[in-house]
Design a protein around this ligand. Structure first.
Ligand code: BT5
Length: 247
């Protein structure tokens, strides 16, 4: 399958208003790093066909064969105080899950706290949010047409592999940007997150940055975006596994 290429004309023509300014690149080291180094303004976006050094959290890698994934970073200045910035990855996750469900006519793309989009427990997309100035650089990588043999890890999948649908990345990008703007600019309400989150009520194992591993049950999301466990403990950062499954 030959994927359509990213097109600044198609993206520009489909965007609702002038808030987003999208630059399309053939190649980037990392759209996240490149956007940061460009001293971004609210609404700047970089998307690339290929990243030679795509990043995950904690300097892990995010890898994708050229043109198989939708890879982009955008800069936003949410109208909330910094103590609530932990909500941003969750809200961005809602915008991504909602957009993929809409474009594929599905209900099964879900958010795993704090930053993955799963289909049937397989990772379809990852999000990386980093503070910059008064705002946040939101980096999103979505496996769109990735073939089985090109998946970088065995718990990953792609929109195509799960739905057999061929998705135009230009349309998906526009949908996500419009949903992102609406979600982040309308008061950053987390109510919708619970509809899309597949982590709540699951038994989970969380590895904290300190190396400590917690086993508990995910009960709720706090006002600031932390995961509240059945024991009452709140976790703000960590690697989480739904322990009822093999991911
Ligand atoms: C993430 O980190 O999942 C955040 C990924 C953000 C990527 C975007 S792409 C545009 C922008 N520019 C960048 O340089 N980054 C952002 P984390 O939760 O740490 O997960 C990283 C882990 O996911 C890796 O260690 C692998 O196990 C796995 N992984 C790597 N590539 C993957 C892929 N294409 N699909 C699914 N899993 C992947």
């Amino acid at each position: 399958m030959k994927p359509e290429l990213l097109s600044s004309e198609a993206i520009g023509a489909a965007l609702k208003d002038g808030y987003w300014r999208v630059s399309v690149l053939e190649e980037s080291t990392s759209t996240q790093t490149q956007l940061r180094e460009s001293s971004p303004k609210d609404g700047d976006v970089i998307t690339a066909e290929y990243q030679s050094a795509g990043r995950g959290r904690l300097d892990r890698k995010f890898e994708a064969v050229k043109s198989s994934a939708l890879l982009f970073s955008c800069y936003m200045k949410p109208n909330i105080s910094k103590e609530f910035f932990g909500k941003i990855p969750l809200l961005a996750g809602v915008a991504v899950a909602k957009s993929i469900n809409e474009i594929t006519n599905s209900k099964n793309f879900k958010c795993k706290w704090p930053n993955d989009i799963l289909f049937d427990e397989k990772k379809i997309a990852g999000l990386l949010c980093e503070a910059y100035g008064d705002g946040v650089i939101i980096g999103i990588g979505i496996n769109v047409s990735t073939a089985e043999e090109d998946l970088p890890v065995n718990h990953a999948s792609s929109i195509f592999l799960e739905t057999q649908k061929i998705i135009d990345r230009n349309k998906l990008l526009v949908l996500i940007l419009n949903n992102l703007k609406e979600t982040i600019h309308q008061g950053c309400d987390l109510l919708e997150y619970e509809q899309y989150c597949s982590t709540l009520e699951k038994a989970v194992s969380i590895t904290l940055p300190s190396g400590e591993v917690i086993s508990d049950v995910a009960q709720a999301i706090s006002e600031a975006g932390a995961l509240v466990l059945k024991s009452g403990r709140e976790v703000t950062v960590g690697d989480l596994i739904h322990i009822t499954t093999s991911n």
